[in-house]
Write a protein that binds this ligand. Structure first.
Ligand SMILES: [Zn+2]
Ligand SMILES: [Zn+2]
Ligand SMILES: [Zn+2]
Length: 177
């Protein structure tokens, strides 16, 4: 039995941000502005180190480990003690500006800042680039399963592993025998 429903294109096509050509300068600015506005509205302190951490993460559409972030913060003139990076990351994750990629034990700036959403991540296993998509799929099948058992989902982690378009186009180098 094949499902023909998959072919129906009545839903808007969601292109994952990150594997797509786009105005990256604008995407960094948008992320910072959204975080600033959120902090102002919620009375949160968007300190220089929090801002710098978010700017570093927004600058790349790939996950970054806490220590790499710490190095970048240090280069930018902030302290070099791990708590500096961890405290900034805690704040950014708690407020939805940054997501943790459990599989990579790394962090990525949210591609839909300000929106309440269940992120799904497409992780390239060759170059570690990560794109964020909306996990309507998980909401569908997982949501149904949860509903039928009376389980209340608070958080889902959707991390798909594969090969990104850029890596898929690269010619495969044969390893010397
Ligand atoms: Zn971008
Ligand atoms: Zn997000
Ligand atoms: Zn790749």
């Amino acid at each position: 039995m094949t499902s023909g429903a998959d072919r129906d294109d009545d839903r808007p096509r969601r292109i994952p941000v990150g594997f797509d050509a786009h105005n990256h300068q604008r995407c960094v600015e948008t992320g910072l502005v959204a975080a600033e506005a959120h902090c102002a509205a919620q009375g949160l302190r968007f300190t220089p180190v929090r801002r710098a951490a978010l700017e570093v993460l927004l600058g790349e559409h790939r996950a970054m480990g806490a220590y790499e972030l710490l190095d970048r913060l240090h280069e930018a003139g902030f302290g070099s003690q791990p708590p500096v990076a961890y405290r900034a990351l805690d704040f950014l994750v708690a407020n939805g500006f940054v997501h943790k990629i459990e599989r990579l034990n790394a962090f990525i700036a949210c591609a839909h800042p300000g929106a309440t959403h269940s992120p799904a991540f497409l992780i390239c296993r060759l170059c570690d680039s990560v794109a964020e998509a909306q996990s309507s799929l998980a909401r569908g099948s997982l949501g149904e399963a949860a509903q039928s058992t009376g389980f209340r989902i608070e958080r889902t982690v959707v991390e798909a592993l594969g090969v990104c378009p850029a890596c898929a186009e690269k010619p495969v180098e044969s390893t010397p025998a």
